[in-house]
Design a protein around this ligand. Structure first.
Ligand SMILES: [Zn+2]
Length: 175
């Protein structure tokens, strides 16, 4: 038997979808993985990790990019139409899922850490100085983190001048 070409596989995939006439979505009618990814298994065919979204995307000529993943498409989690996919970095996928309120506890924690790191960049100089003053009194970066609502590792880096050291003559000497 001649193996099917990507174009033929794509036609097969589309045949397993309900086509939404309004927005053009290809809504997968097959099984879904527990995490909401359309599940694809074909005997003797590499199904891109049993991911129908990925399969449709790559079989239609989409190019693989290291480190990218398929986020839930904005239209419908069952949609596998290649043009509707969001093939993004893990961080972008996490941000998208977080924005939609869809993250596991572990992922939520990781996303919160990233958000806090981002927020950390907006801590103004006075606050940085106040954090260092408090640290000088307590030698307890975890306490400073709690009091100032900053992620512990970032607070520690600020307190020890590993972060926000610009303009400080003692930068790099402490800690
Ligand atoms: Zn769609």
């Amino acid at each position: 038997m001649t193996p099917l070409s990507p174009a033929e596989l794509l036609i097969y995939l589309r045949s397993r979808c309900a086509i939404d006439e309004d927005d053009g979505c290809w809504l997968w009618t097959g099984a879904m993985h527990r995490n909401g990814i359309p599940s694809l298994r074909l005997h003797g065919v590499d199904c891109c990790g049993r991911n129908a979204r990925a399969a449709a995307y790559f079989w239609s000529g989409g190019v693989r990019i290291a480190g990218r993943v398929f986020a839930r498409p904005p239209c419908d989690e069952r949609c596998i139409r290649p043009e509707h996919q969001r093939y993004v970095t893990r961080r972008e996928a996490m941000a998208l899922a977080q924005a939609a309120g869809r993250l596991s506890a572990g992922r939520r924690h990781a996303a919160a850490v990233i958000a806090v790191r981002r927020r950390g960049r907006t801590i103004d100089d006075e606050r940085v100085a106040a954090m260092r003053e408090r640290y000088a009194q307590t030698s307890n970066a975890a306490l400073v983190a709690r009091e100032f609502g900053v992620h512990p590792s970032y607070a520690h880096r600020i307190c020890t001048y590993r972060a926000r050291a610009e303009g400080n003559v003692f930068a790099g000497l402490a800690g």
